[in-house]
Design a protein around this ligand. Structure first.
Ligand code: S3P
Length: 177
């Protein structure tokens, strides 16, 4: 089995679900934002503030290329990672890509009050626009789970059930695409 990659907008639960999923599978868990933080010794907020989004995206691309070479890890991506089709391609080549979806209401309830996401600093309308524009990128996942009304354990169980239902053939096909 290759990697499991979680994609979706900020606040859909990628990191929380990813950690719990990795525990269940006894796989390692990696969060691209954390790796970028380790490599640059800066928080995401600091990279955006000091060097801008372009630098962040370039670090992200390098991290994605590296993680895509590994096997049997659960990867939580950042909300903008798969907006770059090359990132999606690299991740999909060596893994099953799972989309996490959440309504704008759920997202704002979960992370609207936090201060650690530079792209959440705009108006509610601007965030909504970004959410809307990105849906087609997230829709390219192999399958999607709506996390809006679910606990972490419910989301993990649903993912495990969906993965379990995949036949070996499907698994091979999906992970080699
Ligand atoms: C971003 C999402 C963040 C982080 C950065 C940019 C985005 O990750 O990568 O702030 O473009 O949506 P999370 O989705 O984990 O919050």
């Amino acid at each position: 089995m290759r990697n499991i990659v979680l994609v979706g907008f900020m606040g859909t639960g990628k990191s929380t679900v990813g950690k719990r999923l990795a525990q269940s599978l006894e796989w390692d868990f990696v969060d691209t934002d954390c790796v970028i933080g380790e490599v640059t010794s800066l928080s995401v907020t600091e990279i955006f503030r000091r060097h801008g989004e372009t630098r962040f995206r370039s670090e992200e691309r390098i991290v994605v290329a590296r993680l895509s070479q590994q096997d049997q890890i659960v990867i939580a991506t950042g909300g903008g990672t798969v907006v770059d089709p090359l990132n999606l391609e690299a991740l999909a080549q060596n893994g099953i890509v799972i989309g996490l979806h959440a309504s704008m209401e759920a997202i704002l309830r979960r992370i609207g009050h936090k201060n650690d996401r530079p792209l959440l600093k705009g108006t509610k309308e601007a965030i909504e626009k970004l959410w809307f524009e990105r849906q087609e990128c997230y829709a390219q996942a192999d399958f999607t789970v709506d996390t809006s009304q679910k606990t972490i354990d419910e989301v993990v169980s649903e993912i495990l059930a969906r993965l379990g239902r995949m036949t070996d053939n499907e698994f091979t096909r999906v992970s080699k695409n």
